[in-house]
Design a protein around this ligand. Structure first.
Ligand code: FCB
Length: 450
């Protein structure tokens, strides 16, 4: 940390993926049907081009090659998620040992390669059977999840030391229960309220299970998008606070402060029955680290007609954007790291996702020139380093994503990978950004300043 133009020697340089987005073969070896398998096969117009995760990157078969690419890139760590439906096909009940074996092979391969696995228990794909019972809106879902978590921690605990309960519970709630763009595909603010609360309870129970039988570290991954006021008008300030509460504080306040943000009442309606106090004690079960996913920011204004948030994003037309139409705003990363430290204290942090979708075309002479992705990585890593210089305890960074992959409602149309995937032939090509990232890793970050 003494050299302001480098990162600490033990900084964890990684890349991230998730199960449904890359694995393919979703029903292999006795796996159950997942909510995402079901949702994509409804072909209901909610997924671009009716794409599915049936093949994805065929990582299920090609993981040895993918781990070899990680080694070439010099990755110290790899963040992946487990498909609950491979491990417990019905969501509850007996373990499917063949499903688990896939993860044992993958984790062994990573450990042999000296790449530390950071494993997320739930990154959005869950057994459909659980969804049919009521999904996250059902109070028992917290127990279904923690039973799965406890069994998995026991089975894989000799291979994994770095765990996370959930990836981005906000997206599960917002895209699944408000927008209806993800499973279960509904729009119901009250169910969204219960889902958010039950996800947090499930997290607390899983942390307790981990303390009882796990070793290493347990955390959670939260996506943050700093909200900036559109003007000084009181209505815009209130709208900004509301969106900040909904997206950024809805999960962090209960986790670290033991209560829900007050502004949520403006969204759900005041006067709803409170949840039991004991729930908030459970949710505050101490964790070892917080994972932050950061992509963009938004500037907010009041929008009285737009239920349930009555707020809107002000487009930043002159600013650069990625193919997701997300504004590129590296300072937002610094701001949210500093904000987390200030509001919640000195919890060890990782950036568990950060990256950009750009279509850079097919490889030419086995090369993909993606200078915009390199700029994105560089500017965000420099912003993160500034936050560290200001005292933020940032331990590592995971680029999203290792591979181009199935980008949920956008199907295969958006390419976030450091590695290009030709979906017809499954050929992998390291993009220039992957080679740049290797230099960054090799030089403890110094290549960022060159
Ligand atoms: C995050 C998700 C990840 C990927 C990126 C682009 O919200 O966690 O799976 O879709 O966005």
């Amino acid at each position: 940390m003494n050299n302001p133009a480098s990162f600490p020697r033990d900084f964890v340089w990684g890349a991230a993926t998730s199960a449904y987005q890359i694995e393919g073969s979703p029903l292999a070896d006795g796996a159950g049907i997942s909510n995402w398998h079901h949702f994509t096969h409804l072909q209901n117009g909610k997924i671009l081009n009716d794409d599915t995760g049936d093949k994805a990157c065929d990582h299920f078969h090609r993981f040895p090659e993918d781990v070899a690419h990680m080694q070439t890139m010099g990755l110290k760590a790899y963040r992946l998620s487990l498909a609950w439906s491979r491990i417990m096909p019905e969501g509850r009940g007996p373990i499917n040992s063949k499903g688990l074996d896939f993860y044992k092979r993958l984790l062994d391969q990573l450990n042999r390669a000296g790449i530390v696995p950071y494993v997320t228990l739930h990154h959005w794909d869950m057994p459909l059977a659980i969804d049919h019972l009521g999904g996250w809106a059902h109070r028992d879902s917290a127990h279904w999840f923690s039973d799965y978590a406890a069994a998995t921690l026991t089975q894989l605990g000799d291979r994994v030391t770095h765990w996370a309960t959930f990836n981005e519970p906000w997206v599960i709630v917002h895209a699944g229960y408000i927008e209806g763009a993800h499973p279960p595909g509904i729009s119901d603010v009250l169910k969204a309220r219960d889902a958010a609360h039950n996800l947090l309870r499930g997290h607390g129970l899983a942390v307790q299970a981990f303390r009882a039988e796990g070793r290493g570290q347990m955390g959670i991954v939260i996506n943050l998008e700093p909200k900036y006021k559109g003007s000084e008008r009181p209505e815009d300030l209130a709208a900004t606070a509301r969106m900040d509460a909904w997206m950024n504080r809805q999960f962090l306040d209960p986790l670290f402060l033991g209560h829900d943000p007050l502004e949520l009442e403006e969204i759900h309606g005041a006067g709803l029955p409170p949840y039991p106090e004991a729930d908030y004690v459970l949710i505050q079960e101490p964790i070892d680290y917080l994972g932050i996913n950061y992509y963009s920011r938004s500037v907010v204004r009041d929008a009285p007609g737009l239920a349930p948030f009555h707020a809107d994003r002000i487009p930043q037309e002159t600013a650069p954007h990625t193919d997701m139409d997300w504004e590129i705003y590296p300072d937002g990363l610094k701001h949210c790291l500093l904000w987390v430290k200030e509001r919640y204290g000195d919890i060890p942090l990782y950036i568990t996702e950060n990256g950009a979708a750009f279509d850079d075309g097919a490889p030419i002479d086995e090369r993909v020139r993606d200078p915009r992705r390199i700029d994105y990585l560089r500017s965000h890593l420099l912003a993160a380093r500034e936050a560290m210089a200001a005292g933020v305890d940032l331990r590592g960074y995971f680029a999203w994503s290792l591979l181009d992959n199935f980008e949920w409602a956008y199907g295969y149309a958006k390419r976030f990978g450091l590695i290009h995937v030709d979906y017809d032939t499954q050929t992998r090509t390291l993009k220039d950004s992957a080679l740049f990232y290797r230099e960054v890793i090799d030089s403890d970050g110094q290549a960022l300043w060159r």
